[in-house]
Design a protein around this ligand. Structure first.
Ligand code: FES
Ligand SMILES: [Fe+2]
Length: 400
């Protein structure tokens, strides 16, 4: 065995390793772990292959915590949000008790998808034969199952036909799902990020809005772009006006959490001038911009007056659905009229910024079809963490 493969520490006898190699080859593993000054990163197949995405779904997304909804998506009793995580249909539901729960979004009768769109109802009723489930997932009634006009009612557990729960935990108005049920505690998963961002009291964040995007690009390219600051020179001149490139660095991985920050010279519109700040920030922290990503896809940007979630969901190898959720610091910032214009400005600023990336990401995806491209030549100054994302992905696929 050559040294590169030996040094990866991957269990080469595992089934998942063999599955990965069947798509990208040993050569692909070697390229993934090649040093940054050589052509490196996952090979093109990992950006185009449906088999590879299936592997990512089962080995990464189904086994990890995934941001699934914010409080704004689940506003009030009976609010429901369906989505696919790890290739599996899930629905989040806010119960009569205010608690957010997640279920497999599939009817126990014949397997119909129960909830197709975000909505709000008193119960979850299957559109096919009208089996009805309570908001806590218990089957409550079956109509005509035993004959025309007969209604079989259930009270409490015991039917054996309740909706199947999915592990769900909440943190400051963000609701996360772990399909496999086997991930570590949510608080542990968030801990490296919270340690680094300790000056900011995230208990005050309040949701103010959401924007959705469909990007014709692989989810890993979206995330790599999120992490690397190199493209800011060419793609985001307005960001340089806020914080010149000489105050920036590449960021770093803290285990499974990517972290980066800078301290701007002054606050600028859309970032700290018009909305209330997190309480108790020092002058330096008020000028700090931070962004991080808890692997795989819970990406967040923080400024003195905002907490913005960029959650991405692979739809296909060449398609990613992205949800931006905007939170501000405190009730007044979220609800008072005097801040309405500043809230609008914040959403507009992010929308413009995101659009600056979308076309580039789509062209990046197209380019990765080229047989002439074999590995990225990344900047050691700016792209270290993005270079390591490929390794994080491969390790997460293979690890038990
Ligand atoms: S499939 Fe749901 S009631 Fe028949
Ligand atoms: Fe960008």
């Amino acid at each position: 065995m050559d040294a590169t493969l030996r040094d990866t520490g991957l269990d080469r006898r595992s089934r998942a390793y063999r599955d990965a190699v069947s798509i990208i080859g040993e050569e692909g593993v070697r390229q993934t772990f090649a040093p940054i000054d050589e052509p490196s990163g996952l090979p093109n197949a990992a950006y185009w292959s449906h088999e590879w995405l299936a592997l990512e779904n089962s080995r990464i997304f189904a086994r990890s915590w995934v941001f699934a909804a914010s409080d704004g998506d689940l506003d009030g009793e009976g609010a429901m949000k369906p989505l696919e995580i790890g290739g599996t249909p899930i629905v989040l539901v806010r119960g009569a008790d205010g608690i957010v729960r997640a279920f497999h979004n599939v009817c126990r009768h014949r397997g119909t998808q129960l909830v197709a769109e975000p909505c709000r109802h008193k119960a979850i009723t299957c559109p096919y034969h009208a089996w009805s489930y309570r908001l806590d997932g218990l089957l409550s009634a079956r109509h005509h199952f035993h004959g025309a006009g007969e209604i079989e009612r259930f009270s409490g557990e015991g039917s054996g036909l309740d909706l199947l729960p999915v592990r769900c935990e909440s943190w400051n108005g963000c609701h996360f799902v772990n399909v496999s049920g086997g991930a570590r505690k949510l608080s542990e998963w968030l801990r490296p990020m919270l340690k680094r961002t300790g000056a900011f009291d995230f208990s005050v964040i309040r949701w103010i809005g959401r924007r959705d995007y469909t990007i014709a690009s692989n989810w890993k390219l979206v995330l790599e772009n999120y992490m690397e600051g190199y493209h800011v020179f060419a793609a985001h001149p307005r960001l340089i006006a806020h914080a010149p490139m000489n105050v920036r660095w590449s960021g770093e991985w803290l285990g499974h959490v990517f972290y980066n920050d800078y301290v701007a010279r002054e606050l600028t519109p859309g970032r700290g001038t018009a909305l209330p700040h997190f309480p108790g920030l020092s002058d330096e922290d008020a000028r700090r911009g931070m962004w991080f990503a808890c692997f795989p896809t819970f990406a967040v940007q923080v400024f003195a007056d905002q907490f913005v979630v960029l959650a991405s969901y692979p739809v296909a190898p060449d398609e990613t659905r992205e949800e931006l959720h905007f939170f501000v610091a405190g009730e007044a910032a979220a609800h008072e009229d005097r801040f309405a214009a500043a809230r609008d400005e914040l959403l507009a600023m992010w929308h413009d910024l995101n659009l600056e990336d979308v076309e580039l990401l789509e062209r990046l995806q197209k380019g990765r079809k080229s047989v002439a491209f074999e590995g990225s030549i990344m900047s050691p100054v700016w792209e270290g963490p993005a270079h390591q994302l490929s390794q994080q992905v491969l390790r997460a696929i293979v690890e038990e």
